[in-house]
Design a protein. Structure first.
Length: 217
């Protein structure tokens, strides 16, 4: 797939994705806590290997108790773990949330930095997490690359990579503008239509533009 075909496919998905019954679409419209760079960062850390529904519920419980770094460090890792349970790796995530909050206080005056380099200098914050924070917390024109984005764009033949990390590096060079919002669109597409198991190819609005075949990623 060339860049023009990619842009055309994305334009079609932009017009369709709000109609899909995808967690990424539905849950993003129902947050009951203030979305700040800090709460976005922490909720993203909670989301690792956890269903979207559990992430949103755990985030809501946690931010009712502590929604700033200074409030968070008043809690123990045990208290945080109890609040966020049953998200995956909840004990490890509780410790990471405390460590990140302490770093923000010590190094960044309790503020979440707005640059990729500074964000990824924080232990536990990788490029995907950093880009989600930059896009959703600071309105930056970036695209986080997760397993859905990696899988779908390889299926389309737009990239040929073996991991989300490799995809992220390649896409940084291939997509230089209009990156904001692409993650949400492709994740919603991957959750509802182009699913890794039992994909709904007959309902795919770009089926005539891509040849996915029997490939899997």
């Amino acid at each position: 797939m060339d860049e023009k075909s990619f842009e055309k496919a994305i334009k079609i998905l932009k017009g369709e994705y709000k109609n899909w019954n995808a967690p990424a679409t539905i849950l993003s419209q129902n947050y009951d806590y203030e979305r700040t760079p800090y709460t976005i960062l922490i909720s993203t850390l909670l989301s690792f290997r956890t269903k979207d529904e559990q992430t949103v519920a755990a985030s809501s419980r946690l931010f009712r108790v502590a929604s700033t770094p200074k409030e968070m460090v008043k809690l123990s890792s045990e208290e945080i773990a109890k609040i966020i349970y049953p998200v995956g790796f909840y004990r490890k995530k509780a410790k990471s949330i405390l460590e990140v909050s302490k770093i923000l206080i010590d190094r960044f005056d309790s503020k979440v930095p707005d640059s990729l380099d500074q964000l990824t200098s924080i232990k536990g914050v990788g490029p995907k997490t950093a880009k989600i924070v930059l896009e959703k917390g600071f309105d930056k024109d970036v695209m986080a690359v997760d397993t859905h984005v990696h899988r779908i764009l390889n299926l389309w033949g737009f990239i040929h990579t073996s991991s989300p990390e490799e995809s992220d590096k390649i896409l940084e060079k291939k997509i230089r503008k209009n990156r904001k919002g692409l993650n949400k669109i492709l994740v919603s597409f991957g959750q509802s239509i182009c699913r890794p198991v039992s994909p709904k190819c007959d309902a795919c609005p770009v089926a005539n533009m891509v040849k996915c075949g029997s490939k899997s990623y």
